[in-house]
Design a protein around this ligand. Structure first.
Ligand code: SF4
Length: 392
């Protein structure tokens, strides 16, 4: 068996008895639940904070209650959360006598490993695509390096269409497809892009998300289409630094009027990744990438990048990526059969990106891991005081 695989063989039983219990009903859990329910029987949900409630018609129970119920039905648990929060939840499960990869695992691994091993399908938990480098803000410490782009503009529809086609030539299903920028609501052809994705690949996408800064009010036709297809908007709120509270309220009002699911996430602090300033060098780039955890995964022009900043550094600032920094999906498909091509994608997304163990940009990007203590105010605009909070 490939050493990349961790799930015990009895996870295969899910093919015959597809009962699964999600643990964690935060944003990720709620977003992926509808897709999980199409494939698996979900008797209840686990979330200590929401125990006693119902979510999507399913009872939510505490972990202690769940363990009692599971004495009768020994279902596998998928922890639907971000990598950062996973360790704490995994500890709780271990303390209750459960074993990682035998009894539970994080959602991303489950989605990718289980479908590959037992269904020969390439299924991803998530993918991002940048659709524009135009933005209403010019944040000095933007992780996508937008203010440092040599030129800005919307990605042409034809380029995006080809990218989606190439991606779905390799990938059977993705639970969450996120479009971002810049500010994605600035793209003059956003409606056409979303329509293409839904008409062509709607059955193979669990949910489409858009990441916005809440400065652009989408028009009614676009909002109606988004509602019709259950899209979600994530709003990064920079109003603690930039004065646009009224505009943000108007955006929220428009989304609420169309009953669109949205989250407003206050962004008060960021880590300064230093790049494109040329003052950071990682002592051990492979270890630095491993602990960074910016596992956003981006696809553009048929190239898969482990994190969004790696894509952005190359695309917007001309960073000279090496050919083994990204996975060329067309080439991967040309030289491999379906299973091997999917395995390469799985390997890459696990962080096993190449023989050096890291992307070249990780040598110059300070990342967002625990080895970067440079905390700055989020949303500070180019030309304004940076006001560092804690500089190492
Ligand atoms: S250190 Fe590497 S993995 Fe982390 S954000 Fe930077 S480029 Fe991405």
């Amino acid at each position: 068996m490939d050493a990349l695989f961790k799930l015990t063989d009895d996870w295969q039983e899910l093919l015959r008895h597809p009962t699964l219990v999600p643990f964690g009903m935060g944003r990720i859990g709620r977003r992926v639940l509808p897709s999980l329910r199409k494939e698996f029987d979900i008797p209840f949900l686990i979330d200590n904070r929401h125990a006693g409630e119902e979510i999507a018609g399913l009872p939510v129970v505490s972990l202690a209650d769940a363990l009692q119920r599971m004495e009768r039905c020994r279902a596998k648990i998928v922890v639907t959360t971000m990598k950062g929060a996973y360790e704490e939840m995994a500890e709780e499960l271990r303390a209750a006598g459960l074993e990682e990869f035998r009894d539970f695992c994080i959602f991303e691994r489950f989605a990718e490993e289980w479908h590959l091993r037992w269904k020969n399908e390439c299924v991803l938990a998530k993918i991002d695509t940048v659709i524009t480098s135009r933005c209403t803000l010019q944040c000095k410490n933007c992780n996508m390096f937008i203010p440092y782009a040599k030129e800005t503009g919307d990605f042409p529809f034809e380029r995006l269409k080809e990218n989606f086609d190439t991606f779905f030539d390799s990938v059977n299903f993705v639970y969450e497809y996120t479009l971002l920028g810049g500010e994605p609501f600035l793209h003059t052809e956003l409606g056409r892009i979303l329509r293409y994705l839904m008409e062509r690949y709607g059955e193979r996408i669990g949910r489409i998300n858009l990441i916005s800064n809440g400065t652009v009010v989408p028009n009614d036709a676009l909002l109606s289409f988004m509602k019709q297809h259950d899209m979600t908007v994530h709003i990064s709120d920079y109003t603690s630094t930039v004065d646009y509270k009224k505009r943000l309220a108007a955006v929220e009002q428009a989304l609420a009027a169309h009953d669109i699911e949205y989250y407003v996430i206050p962004n008060n602090v960021w880590k300064d990744v230093v790049y494109p300033r040329d003052t950071y060098r990682a002592a051990d780039p492979a270890e630095h990438m491993r602990i960074c955890g910016h596992s956003t995964h981006s696809v553009d022009d048929g190239k898969l990048y482990w994190c969004d900043p790696a894509f952005a550094a190359e695309c917007f600032t001309g960073f000279p990526s090496r050919p083994d920094d990204f996975l060329d999906l067309r080439e991967n498909q040309r030289v491999n059969d379906k299973y091997q091509a999917s395995l390469q994608i799985f390997r890459y997304l696990l962080g096993d990106v190449n023989e050096r163990g890291c992307m070249s940009i990780c040598e110059r990007c300070a990342g967002i891991g625990r080895d970067n203590n440079i905390i700055v105010k989020a949303g500070v605009q180019v030309g304004k005081e940076d006001d560092p909070i804690d500089v190492r």
